[in-house]
Design a protein. Structure first.
Length: 710
């Protein structure tokens, strides 16, 4: 029998290749195209066989910035073999970047002529071995430290024996100092008692006073101040968020405290500092600030939660204590000949001072916890165990739902109090939170299971994960928003009623104007035709404004429906431009119609967004200027922009531009009600898109919105 009968086919060789336990892959070209990879290598990468045929950088984008891509290039170009042990690599597994350690080898495989034909890539996951070795090294270091501590203790014991031998010589000096020391001790004890009494008074006062609490983000910008800050500074909450309070710090303290804060922010470390701040009464108060870092669930820096307490009274006591310390220092200098014994006394005094500082810090921490408990008491809390799905809730939540206080409850029992129309929404939010770890924010009506009373509530929640990324708790806040909802419903009903009442006569006026237009044109009455054209434009504007109010009413009552269907966005852009009331004599609209793209959305409502942006560009820019409309396609979305050469928008106004009824107040303010951009933002959001503006005062504006590609 011929030996050729024993030669394996390519498919059989691939099956054998995949049976190897060693993670192995074969790459070709300088870009490390994955020619083949066995199951062990795919598990290490956290990928499936769809990566076959892709470059290593395309298959594993997280390797960008790591040395492995450059290693592959060097092996291919120079025919080298590169290997490593205990080499760290950051890989994305199930959506999270984690660090693993590998023994690996990149080996160039050459043909008979010495030309590199492929790279053989093998890897062994040694993460467990590396971490175990690292732990053993730390244990060895700890053992050496303990041994060194034992040696130091022995040396200290020997030193103590020598000190005991000199006690007799010091006895005479001790007798002479006894009287003075007794006097000093009595004065110190008196001061300590006074300070203790003062601290007790301060604690009693603090329990009835709020701590000043603020929250900042990772860039250092404040995102929250509590009411005590408003009461102290006399500034509104908006002013505090926009301008802060650094300008109120005493000039002698400002540079030092700001430096402490900025240094800690750069290092993402805790900070503490004292400073004087000007109160609304016009006097300076001493504050002690403490800022521990705030972390995201993944452990990354999220900013600070800072707390400040009023230490004005404490500073007075510290000044008294400082005077006492100076008196003691003077006495120490006079008794320098007996320095060793007096040093022991000074050490005891220093320890007393440290104990006092520790006591004050403990008091500060207690004050912060007290305020947090008080503020949390204004609303209810709830928590779901992901394993048992049992719900724990505060008394406030149980009272609101009409649930028993005697036992734990489950989802089904809570759902009995929730309006049936909102069951699926809540179940979807729960499923999305536990599976995808997405925070929830829902509003829905409930009926008290005991009293039958109907209310509206708002529930916010967040999932907390363990080190393996598994949910350990899903908890959050529960608030009664009944009054707010009733106000919104009354307002929306009123807006809807008024808008409908206005549309009836407006429709009649529109019909009469169109009839008169036709008669004027037939009679060649240019004056009447021109006047009626202007009247028709104003009727159209009034109709658009009323429709805007109706849409706001429908939006806030949940009746604004989005009918998504495929349509050509470039055609809609051209139609909207053609149908706009912008005359070529006032503005020239430039549009590149080569952006041929089909999107899935509500064509009429997207048309309203485009029309609103064009109308704003026309109203807020001078005659004779250009308006540019562009359309750009990316891998995941299409970006539409409308650029004008108008008056521009300040950074302050740009942040609030898409809020309901917000109007920019300038010398060039145009009439309107501030609902167009608000509605546009809501429509784009319901299409899972984004909308924003880039502008600078006096230099025009560019409005953007995106729509996802199917």
């Amino acid at each position: 029998m011929s030996h050729h009968n024993y030669l394996l086919s390519n498919e059989q060789l691939l099956q054998v290749f995949n049976l190897t336990h060693t993670a192995t892959a074969i790459h070709v070209t300088e870009d490390a195209i994955i020619q083949e990879a066995n199951d062990a290598m795919l598990r290490i990468w956290g990928k499936d066989r769809r990566v076959i045929g892709k470059s290593l950088e395309e298959a594993l984008p997280e390797l960008k910035g790591q040395p492995f891509i450059d290693m592959f290039k060097a092996v291919w170009r120079e025919g080298l073999t590169i290997s490593g042990k205990d080499t760290a690599a950051d890989l994305e597994i199930e959506g999270e970047i984690s660090t693993f350690y590998f023994d690996f080898e990149y080996k160039a495989v050459k043909d008979e002529s010495g030309q590199v034909i492929c790279i053989l890539h093998t890897a062994i996951d040694v993460t467990e071995r590396f971490l175990k070795k690292e732990a053993e090294e730390r244990a060895a270091e700890k053992e050496m430290a303990l041994q060194r501590e034992q040696e130091l203790n022995e040396e200290l014991a020997a030193t103590n024996e020598e000190l005991l031998a000199t006690n007799e010589e010091l006895q005479v000096a001790q007798d002479k100092l006894s009287s003075l020391n007794n006097d000093l001790e009595e004065r110190v004890l008196k001061r300590v008692r006074e300070l203790s009494e003062s601290e007790e008074r301060f604690r009693t006062m603090a329990e009835g006073t709020d701590i000043f609490i603020a929250v900042g983000d990772e860039t250092g910008n404040a995102i929250y101040f509590n009411k005590p800050w408003v009461e102290l500074t006399g500034r509104s909450m908006n002013d505090l968020l926009e301008f802060g309070w650094a300008d109120l710090i005493h000039p002698d303290d400002r540079e030092r405290y700001v430096g402490i804060y900025l240094s800690a922010l750069a290092k993402k470390t805790p900070f503490t500092g004292e400073f004087r701040i000007l109160s609304k009464e016009g006097n300076y108060r001493w504050l002690l600030a403490n800022g521990p870092p705030r972390l995201h669930p993944d452990g990354t820096f999220a900013g600070y939660i800072s707390s400040c307490i009023d230490i004005t009274d404490r500073k007075k006591h510290q000044e008294e204590l400082q005077e006492l310390n100076e008196e003691m220092a003077a006495a120490n200098e006079e008794l320098a000949s007996t320095n060793e014994e007096l040093a022991a006394t000074n050490q005891e005094l220093a320890q007393t001072h440290s104990d006092l500082v520790a006591y004050i810090k403990k008091l500060s921490d207690s004050e912060e916890k007290l305020l947090q408990a008080i503020e949390t008491g204004k609303m209810g809390t709830w928590s779901i165990n992901p394993e048992t799905m049992e719900i724990t809730m505060s008394a406030f939540v149980r009272d609101l739902l009409g649930l028993s206080m005697e036992r734990s409850v489950n989802i089904d029992e809570v759902m009995k109090a929730v309006d049936n129309d909102y069951h699926q929404m809540l179940l979807n939010a729960l499923d999305n939170a536990l599976k995808n770890h997405v925070p929830s924010d829902t509003e829905y009506p409930i009926t008290n299971l005991i009293t039958g009373e109907e209310k509206w509530v708002k529930a916010t929640g967040k999932v907390f994960l363990d080190q393996q990324g598994n949910p350990t708790e899903y908890s959050g806040m529960f608030m009664d928003i009944t009054e707010r909802k009733l106000d919104e419903l009354r307002k929306n009903d009123f807006i809807g009623m008024v808008s409908h009442e206005l549309k009836t006569p407006l429709t009649a006026i529109n019909g009469f104007v169109q009839v008169l237009q036709r008669k004027a044109k037939n009679a060649d009455d240019d004056y009447s035709t021109n006047a009626l054209d202007k009247a028709y434009i104003q009727v159209r504007k009034m109709t658009a404004m009323i429709n805007g109010f109706l849409n706001v009413s429908r939006l806030e009552s949940g009746k604004l429906l989005v009918d998504k269907r495929p349509f050509r966005l470039d055609q809609l852009l051209q139609e909207t431009i053609d149908e706009s009331f912008i005359s070529p004599s006032t503005h020239e609209i430039n549009f590149d119609s080569s952006c041929e793209v089909t999107v899935n959305g509500d064509r009429d409502k997207i048309g309203n967004v485009i029309s609103n942006l064009l109308s704003n560009a026309h109203k807020y820019s001078a005659n004779g200027t250009n308006i540019e409309v562009n359309c750009e396609i990316t891998d995941t979305e299409v970006i539409v922009s409308v650029r004008d050469e108008g008056i521009g928008i300040s950074e302050h106004d740009a942040k609030k531009l898409f809020e309901r009824y917000y109007r920019v107040e300038t010398n060039h303010t145009i009439s309107g009600f501030g609902i167009g951009l608000y509605l546009s933002a809501e429509i784009i959001e319901r299409h899972n898109g984004r909308i924003w503006v880039e502008s600078e005062t006096g230099k025009g504006s560019v409005f953007y919105f995106t729509l996802p590609l199917s």
